[in-house]
Design a protein around this ligand. Structure first.
Ligand code: CP
Ligand code: NVA
Length: 308
């Protein structure tokens, strides 16, 4: 069976936990090793990952590349516009062709249906490197980071403040699968995916949605922020978005309203003075650089799982 990593609602909670355990173990073993040195077991020796990007990326692109090298494999970087996809070749045909050349495909795409169509027609594992719907690889790194700083996430309270975007969908999936509380504060106009919320509700997840950021962060162990204008939305009334989202900025007053030892999380890239003030992201409660580093370790867990 081909193992795709498409979304956290489609991976079992025990598999999510297995991926996290493997990521943590690999991180612990690398302590002090040169970045270019492979992991001692090189489990993906001889494997080739194609990385297909239809949107920009720093972390996803570099962490997957380094992860493959450390696992003993290699990567191939494809820019969507430079392939025949940019001239109208179908996703299905691209999936069939790439499957003849490479052992797995990671894709960052504008439209989530491109991801599912790719997975449907590929005979090799497909990994979601961010779509307009979700960003599950980021969530693996985020859960790993939360647990490093705060212990097991089960039963804890995480607040999301800002746009109800693709990251929130993955947080909703993770909260449901790993049984933690998620309190989302966002303007009505930018509410999270109704489909994700209804799936979570059907599974008995503890998820609330409010327009009051102070209500969401009360008792929270972590506050999450993300850009107010996600990739691909730059043309969509950016000024209007900024106006509606301004009251959701994470600043000193809002952080103080959470638990005293709450951590600040952000998937990056960040915009100081918008979704959070500089003193928060650069302050002592911020764990954003650990999140960025953990993309590498979490990616290794995801890749090893896809090939196992
Ligand atoms: N967080 C994240 O996915 O970053 P990039 O857009 O740089 O890949
Ligand atoms: N919501 C952001 C996440 C970036 C990693 C975006 O889609 O642009």
């Amino acid at each position: 069976m081909t193992r795709h990593f498409l979304d956290l609602d489609a991976v079992t909670s025990s598999d999510i936990r297995h991926i996290l355990d493997n990521s943590n173990a690999r991180k612990a073993k690398r302590n002090g090793m040169a970045k270019a040195a492979p992991d001692s077991d090189s489990p993906l020796k001889g494997k080739l990952l194609a990385m297909l990007f239809e949107k920009p990326s720093t972390r996803t692109r570099v962490s997957f590349d380094v992860a493959m090298r450390q696992l003993g494999g290699e990567t191939l970087l494809l820019n969507g516009n430079d392939t025949q996809l940019g001239r109208g070749e179908t996703i299905a045909d691209t999936a069939r062709v790439l499957s003849r050349y490479v052992d797995a495909i990671m894709i960052r795409t504008t439209d989530h249906t491109n991801l599912t169509e790719l997975a449907e027609h590929a005979s090799v594992p497909v990994i979601n490197g961010l779509t307009d719907r979700s960003h599950p690889c980021q969530l693996m790194a985020d859960v790993m980071t939360f647990e490093e700083h705060k212990g097991p996430i089960k039963g804890r309270k995480i607040a999301w403040v800002g746009d109800g975007n693709n990251m929130v969908t993955s947080w909703i999936h993770a909260a449901t699968q790993l049984e933690f509380e998620l309190a989302i504060a966002c303007p009505d106009e930018f509410a999270p995916s109704a489909e994700a919320l209804s799936w979570a509700k059907s599974k008995g997840a503890k998820i609330s949605v409010t327009t009051d950021p102070y209500e969401a962060v009360k008792g929270a162990d972590a506050i999450n922020a993300d850009t107010w204008v996600s990739m691909g939305m730059e043309e969509d009334r950016a000024k209007h978005r900024h106006n509606l989202l301004a009251p959701f900025q994470v600043n000193e007053r809002l952080l103080k309203a959470a638990n005293a030892d709450a951590i600040f999380m952000h998937c990056l890239p960040a915009h100081r003075g918008e979704e959070m003030t500089a003193d928060i992201i650069d302050g002592p409660q911020s764990v954003v650089w650990d999140e960025a580093e953990n993309r590498l370790h979490a990616q290794k867990g995801v890749l090893a799982w896809c090939f196992s």
